[in-house]
Design a protein. Structure first.
Length: 362
């Protein structure tokens, strides 16, 4: 695959789980224009910017008894930048879709494109599409799943990051997701190209993601990074799930907002019969872990973007909860010390929530 010379290929510190799909990301900023950096470290892209994300799978030979495509579950294809389609032979992969975000004068527009089977071109499908396929795992087990190419309304379901404006915004290409990504220093490269002035980057950024798959990182950093990229764009003070009171973005400081001994406001069957978002020391009694483990459309989280279980992500979060100091929540015995912190003034907490949650062995 080729990209224009003025198009930048980039990657994120932690990738969003999308049924094991691999992703190739690019961004094109109009010549002579630059990205502005907000006080929170988010990037404000100029009109004319085009951001693309191509979803693809490593393929296996088709089974003569099964007409559905068969894909291999891999975390990455090693290239100079992970999953760089410029370095991958297309006959080894199947391109599924390319999602575009285009910055217009009126705001961002989401455009979903579906690749043809021969991989020669992609067609705009505003109504989305559904692909039935088989996923083959490392242990040779298989699972049928339905891959969803979202329609334009479903794009807005994730990309409206502020309920007060209802405006579509990019989720990934911002400072907190870029500065610790695997590979070359992306932000330095962007600066050399004139896309962003590194002098304007936030030196006091509240929080930055790490690669949650990197076992050299702390368990807390990895789990918080996973939850931030997979859940935090909805579960934040301004996101679509703001009314839940459960905030899973990395900047959240209050442990009750993170789910610690927090009863759900409205979850219905999504609780699995459990009482609290997180029961410290007990993932098996925690709603958060239950919903990550579910494939029931009425209970599973995230609601969009996955049909399969993310076993590695679920195991990471289970370990994170399991290694918290066991605590009795109200209704399970003695109330948790400090359980009234739900309305705490965040300014009074001078260290991060993942430091408040003590873990064994760290």
């Amino acid at each position: 695959m080729q990209v224009d010379a003025d198009t930048v290929v980039y990657t994120l510190a932690s990738p969003l789980f999308s049924d094991h799909a691999l992703k190739f990301r690019t961004i094109n900023v109009p010549e002579g224009r630059a990205v502005k950096v907000t006080d929170s470290g988010r990037f404000d892209y100029p009109v004319g910017t085009v951001i693309t994300k191509t979803f693809f799978y490593k393929t296996l030979d088709a089974d003569s008894n099964n007409v559905e495509p068969r894909f291999l579950a891999v975390s990455d294809i090693p290239t100079s930048i992970p999953n760089d389609l410029r370095e991958i032979e297309l006959d080894a992969v199947q391109l599924i879709e390319t999602r575009l975000l285009v910055r217009r004068e009126s705001g961002w527009q989401a455009l979903p494109y579906r690749w043809r089977a021969d991989q020669t071109d992609a067609e705009l499908l505003p109504a989305g599409d559904l692909l039935l396929a088989e996923m083959v795992f490392e242990d040779q087990s298989e699972s049928s799943f339905a891959y969803l190419v979202p329609n334009q309304n479903q794009c807005a379901g994730c990309h409206v990051l502020d309920q007060s404006t209802k405006a579509i915004e990019p989720i990934g290409p911002h400072q907190k997701h870029l500065q610790q990504a695997t590979g070359p220093d992306q932000l330095n490269e962007w600066s050399k190209r004139g896309l962003v002035d590194t002098e304007h980057l936030r030196r006091d950024l509240a929080w930055a993601q790490v690669d949650y798959r990197d076992e050299s990182r702390t368990l807390n950093d990895r789990a918080r990074s996973y939850l931030d990229i997979n859940c935090g764009h909805c579960h934040s003070a301004t996101g679509p799930a703001d009314t839940s009171g459960l905030y899973l973005n990395g900047e959240t400081l209050d442990r009750v907002r993170l789910g610690w001994c927090k009863a759900p406001i409205a979850a219905g069957q999504g609780t699995g019969g459990h009482q609290y978002g997180i029961v410290p020391g007990h993932p098996e009694r925690s709603i958060l872990y239950y919903r990550m483990q579910s494939r029931d459309p009425g209970a599973m989280m995230p609601e969009l973007g996955r049909n399969l279980l993310d076993e590695a992500g679920s195991a990471l979060v289970a370990k994170w909860i399991g290694e918290m100091e066991p605590t009795l929540c109200q209704g399970e015995g003695a109330p948790v010390k400090g359980s009234e912190l739900g309305a705490t003034d965040l300014a009074s907490i001078d260290h991060r929530a993942y430091e408040l949650i003590s873990t064994q062995g760290e």
